[in-house]
Design a protein around this ligand. Sequence first.
Ligand SMILES: [Zn+2]
Length: 370
Amino acid sequence: MFPSSYGHQLCENKRILWTPCDMTGSLIRNRSPSAPKSSGPLQRGIGNRENGRGPAGKGGLRYNEDMSTVGFLYDDVFLLHEPPSWHPDSPDRLVNIIATLKAAGLWARLTPIKPRMAGDNELLRVHTRDHIERMRHLAPGEADPDTYLSAGTFDAALHAAGAVIEAVDQSRQGMRCLFCAVRPPGHHAEADKAMGFCIFNNVAVGAAHARATGYGKVFIIDFDAHHGNGTQHIFEEDDSVFYFSTHQYPYYPDTGKDMERGRGPGEGYTYNVPILAGSGNKEYLAVYQDILPGVVERFGPDLILVSAGYDIHANDPHANIRVTHEGIHAIIRSILACADVPVIFVLEGGYDHPSLCDSVRITIEEMLKG
Ligand SMILES: [Zn+2]
């Protein structure tokens, strides 16, 4: 399916590096034009999980019904993370998202919230001291084969994690829906290393902050086309944080098999739905409309965090999932309807700029419907 040596190719007017010598080599790939449409792994995933897992909900914090505004967390500091110009995670991703929301007349309907910096004590809930210090002092260049640091990256990364912390605090004040438009993304970052464009695991830092400050149970939904290996590993022994992921498989980073369900006290609190390349709306809606609501209900979360990776869109050059605009609408609607608790979306992937911008616009439109 993939070339077997390192190389470069022109892709949508950008020079894209691909290192597809094995399934774990790199996040940056050209899409496979001839991937089969099959429901093999997806069907196995559904069949093995029909009874769901996790304890019944205990209730807990509930949002203020009077507050219908949507919080939007963004800061220009995120533009200071500047990988090489050919890298897919361009600052223009956020610039174009903001421009799209303004052009659509949505910007004025959002409540702007300034992200703050995550403190070391907050990062240490999920990351090792060694990792934090290495990122703090690493010179501009590669942190891993996919992940680059520029002079402004560390500051941007602290604010990306801090944005989710701030969103959690805002949710406790009564705001039900929030969107964190951040970069660098986070779900590949492990406790002890940067990986796959990610420096700190923004969603994991936010979930840990929620747990540390009063939320009883947190449910993480990760619909990025790539599996959130870092998030899964950070919480795989924790029965208070549920990790639910749909992702192209087999694919980078080669984790997220359906038999990965957590360990020790966390066994049963990880739910992976691997999806074959070439799948699209039909397969995704089977998960998000027919499976997710029951799993969420059985767990009974007090807060939902979403790793929102829009590289599931059919036009994205770095995955081979075929979800359309209509599919994005339906997925977001299902997520927003699955529990009566605050929901915080955190941007992960999405590299075809028009599709990314449309997908975020669709997400915001659904949030504003209240
Ligand atoms: Zn991704």
